[in-house]
Ligand binder design. Structure first.
Ligand SMILES: [Zn+2]
Length: 360
């Protein structure tokens, strides 16, 4: 059941929300073509003209000449390969490829897109993948998933949210969890300081550590999906992309109940394109990234993490931190100082839904 292929209607022209900077040229509907690197293939040169006036009759090049020509050909081939490799931007930068980004503040991010993190890259288990048809714009049938947001459903924002209008609020977000090593310590800090937060969880870890997810929900924290196993979404087939989200939704709902509204998702590695956003928007999901990235995943030092957050956070900021999968001890240690520092600047800490609702 539910294996019918359906093409989604093209997104309608998005309304420009008050207070948002929105680039009309980069609407989602303009991003249906996946980005392709500009690859230049260098051809090997034509065979040089045969030498004339050779003592051997001019029919074959001499042996040293043959070796020189072979070496030249090898070098040209190698340079062509390197040129192709150099033409591939790494990591993928969605902003450079015409994907809509919305940022209430023109403040530059502290760093560019981080180099690929050693985050989990386990492939979906084929046996647990539901049988779904493949197609260029496959969207799961509406009955096959339910975000749990009630009869009105989730209202997906038609652009990528990196921050929100707010006069004095910011949102702390934690990716890649839950983790048996660091999530509990981070939760204890959040609980003791009465700090709301939002967790972008990995489905496989939700299945492994449901008690931590339940604790986050009891604390009133918000959730977003961070896929099942943290792949580069643009590199997956359309059906695998859909599976990454529906399976994570299932895992969350198995812990929190089917009526727990999960209207957000965050692309791993900040990797998305028009096809990915078409899918997520059709599912009712709002794509949430960040505009403050202290690169805590690289363990640059507790004080460095704190300083980066406090330097770049502004009202409306969405701050990226990590609680899962790898060593996040510096993040856990930095968190009390981050909370204290943000509050000392007069900023209120809220969840992502609270921030999008206007914050404070
Ligand atoms: Zn991640």
């Amino acid at each position: 059941m539910g294996n019918s292929r359906q093409r989604p209607t093209r997104p309608t022209r998005p309304t420009r929300p008050h207070g948002y900077r929105f680039d009309e040229r980069s609407r989602v509907e303009d991003m249906t073509e996946p980005w392709q690197p500009a690859v230049t293939v260098r051809r090997r040169p034509q065979t040089p003209p045969r030498p004339t006036g050779s003592r051997r009759g001019g029919t074959r090049p001499s042996r040293p000449l043959t070796i020189v020509l072979a070496l030249a050909g090898l070098l040209l081939t190698l340079s062509g390969v390197l040129e192709i490799a150099g033409a591939m931007p790494w990591p993928f930068n969605a902003a450079k490829n015409g994907v809509a980004l919305v940022d209430a503040f023109p403040t530059p991010r502290p760093t560019k897109t981080p180099t690929p993190t050693p985050t989990p890259t386990i492939r979906p288990t084929p046996t647990s993948t539901p049988a779904v048809p493949s197609g260029p714009l496959y969207i799961p049938p509406p009955g096959s998933y339910d975000l749990g947001c009630g009869p009105r459903g989730a209202h997906a924002l038609p652009y990528v949210v990196r921050s929100a209008p707010a006069t004095s609020a910011v949102a702390l977000t934690f990716d890649d969890g839950p983790s048996p090593d660091y999530t509990a310590a981070i939760l204890t800090t959040l609980e003791q300081t009465h700090t709301p937060a939002t967790f972008f969880v990995v489905g496989a870890s939700v299945r492994s550590y449901p008690n931590l997810v339940a604790r986050e929900a009891r604390d009133g924290f918000a959730f977003g999906m961070h896929t099942w196993d943290h792949p580069f979404m643009t590199k997956l087939t359309p059906t695998a992309r859909a599976w990454e989200l529906t399976s994570t939704l299932q895992a969350l709902h198995s812990v929190l109940g089917p009526n727990f509204c999960v209207p957000y998702w965050r692309p791993p590695f900040d990797d998305y394109n028009g096809d990915v956003l078409t899918l997520t928007q059709a599912m009712g999901l709002t794509t949430v990234t960040w505009n403050v990235d202290p690169q805590d995943w690289a363990s640059p030092g507790v004080q460095v993490i704190v300083n980066r957050v406090l330097t770049y956070a502004q009202p409306g900021s969405i701050i990226l931190l990590h609680d899962g999968y790898f060593n996040r001890s510096q993040t856990a240690q930095a968190l009390p100082l981050i909370i204290k520092g943000l509050r000392a600047r007069g900023l209120t800490l809220v969840t992502v839904p609270q921030l999008l609702a206007g914050g404070h």
